[in-house]
Design a protein around this ligand. Structure first.
Ligand SMILES: Nc1ncnc2c1ncn2[C@@H]1O[C@H](COP(=O)(O)OP(=O)(O)O)[C@@H](O)[C@H]1O
Ligand SMILES: [Mg+2]
Length: 468
């Protein structure tokens, strides 16, 4: 977009001259106004990046116009033009927030230079404001949403725990916000600004997990070609989040216990120990106590980890919070995808509240994300929840399916789901298969296989399809 400089002067020769000078030299658009009142009208309807304003005008003068503009948009630069010798006015204008002033008659080069600088300044300011807004949005993501007594209790516990430096064990079903809780504890603690390192224990093979956590020296084992820093070291000064700790081996349990007790560790193959200053937060969706009783998890490690415990809530225990959490996800995704605000219909909210959420908040989040991507309307209704809405409908409202064998029924549901899902997906990417696969989080080949299976041709979704 070409930047716009609005020139305001009651002398038409002057506005014409300035508009031509700035327009030609800086390749900018230069609308003009013959009075302050006219300038305000233009500002109401147009985006302007800088103003050049004459001080002395009949009616509203330049100073008054400046005050008016600054009240509405403090980051819009206004350059004031004053008569030679009217330095007091210029000083006053600067106090009122003018970006700079120019005395008439002026040198063209100096004027152009001032305008150029003002535009750069404006650009920077806007970018900073934008960044600030985006950081605020990000911050919103690391807080629990919910106002039920149970959620309030959870949030209060997190705030209390964050003020201490103790090890925390977070328990809760999948998708209930265990990682969110850990992140929030870190963000509210004095360790904010230091690393927050997440280790998804079951995702890393047993034999590698140990070297990942503690690091190793070159030659410690075959394949150790260089020294490698462990994740404890990476988290130095910050917080280490050990997710799904219930699955780690007995050997690793022993090593971890030692690190927690001694607050120091020795990388594999090293002879010297190093002090570590890391807060450990662990999480599990298993019943660790039962694991201890069954002899699968060391009791001494369990007590070390469980200095304080935090339990995150499945959605079925906080149904009254579902609408709030749903709206939270909705606004996050709309912002993320650069869309305007959207709303849920009453039946959509009823559907979301009454649904069984095995995957808890994460499942709710995924469902809403998909609905936002596929729906073209600003009002999301139950139908926008696609296959899940469909799956419910099949069991409750499709009696013609009841007589079929399980396999047949499943096939039918799957076909409906696949066809609907893939069609929507390709519609949203205008037939771009790679992008569609990426959006759906599957391999391109798998998507192509599905398309072949269900006879879906990406060509028909392309924008230029009609022309061919
Ligand atoms: N009450 C809540 N308010 C806002 N976001 C939530 C809430 N509960 C969970 N989330 C979000 O849901 C997603 C899943 O949570 P996560 O912490 O990964 O769950 P877990 O680790 O227990 O499987 C994350 O994006 C998290 O930020
Ligand atoms: Mg998790």
């Amino acid at each position: 977009m070409t930047q716009k400089v609005l020139v305001v002067d009651d002398n038409p020769d002057m506005t014409r001259f300035l508009a031509r000078l700035i327009g030609n030299a800086l390749h900018l658009e230069t609308p003009v106004a013959g009075s302050a009142e006219e300038a305000l009208e233009i500002l109401k309807k147009n985006t302007v990046h800088c103003l050049l304003v004459d001080m002395k005008m009949p009616g509203m003068d330049g100073m008054e116009l400046l005050r008016n503009i600054k009240k509405n948009d403090a980051s819009l630069p206004v350059i004031i033009m004053t008569a030679y010798g009217a330095i007091e006015t210029a000083v006053e204008a600067m106090k009122e927030g003018a970006y700079d002033f120019i005395t008439k008659p002026f040198e063209e080069e100096r004027l152009l230079h001032t305008v150029r600088r003002a535009l750069e300044h404006e650009h920077l300011l806007r970018r900073n404001l934008d960044l600030e807004r985006r950081i605020k949005e990000k911050e919103k993501e690391i807080f629990f949403v919910g106002e039920s007594p149970r959620m309030k209790e959870l949030i209060d516990t997190i705030k209390l725990v964050a003020r201490t430096d103790v090890t925390v064990l977070i328990t809760g079903e999948t998708g209930t916000g265990k990682e969110l809780a850990a992140h929030m504890i870190h963000s509210l603690s004095s360790r904010l600004g230091r690393p927050f390192v997440v280790v998804n224990c079951p995702a890393i093979p047993e034999n590698i997990l140990e070297s990942e956590l503690f690091g190793y020296r070159k030659g410690a084992f075959t394949g150790a070609n260089t020294d490698r820093e462990g994740l404890f070291q990476t988290a130095q000064g910050g917080t280490l989040f050990l997710d799904e700790i219930g699955d780690i081996s007995a050997t690793l349990q022993a090593k971890l216990l030692r690190v927690l007790q001694e607050r120091e560790l020795k990388p594999l193959g090293d002879t010297t120990t190093r002090k570590i200053d890391v807060r450990v937060i662990a999480a599990t969706n298993r019943d660790l106590e039962a694991g201890v009783a069954a002899g699968l998890f060391r009791s001494d490690l369990y007590y070390r980890l469980n200095v304080v415990s935090v339990r995150t809530r499945p959605l079925r225990e906080i149904p009254e919070d579902i609408p709030l959490i749903a709206y939270h996800f909705l606004s996050l995704f709309c912002t993320e995808l650069g869309l305007g605000p959207k709303k849920f219909s009453d039946d959509a909210i009823r559907f979301l509240v009454s649904r069984q959420w095995k995957g808890n908040a994460r499942e709710l989040q995924n469902l809403i994300k998909r609905a936002v991507i596929f729906s073209k309307n600003d009002l999301l209704t139950q139908e926008d929840f696609g296959s899940s809405a469909l799956a419910v409908a099949v069991s409750e409202e499709a009696p013609e399916l009841y007589g079929l064998e399980y396999k047949e029924r499943r096939k039918k549901v799957l076909t409906t789901f696949n066809v609907e899902y893939i069609t929507h997906l390709l519609q949203s990417t205008e037939g771009n298969v790679s992008l569609a696969a990426q959006t759906a989080g599957i391999e391109r080949q798998s998507l192509q296989q599905l398309m072949r299976k269900y006879g879906i041709n990406s060509g028909v979704f392309r924008k230029d399809a009609e022309k061919k």
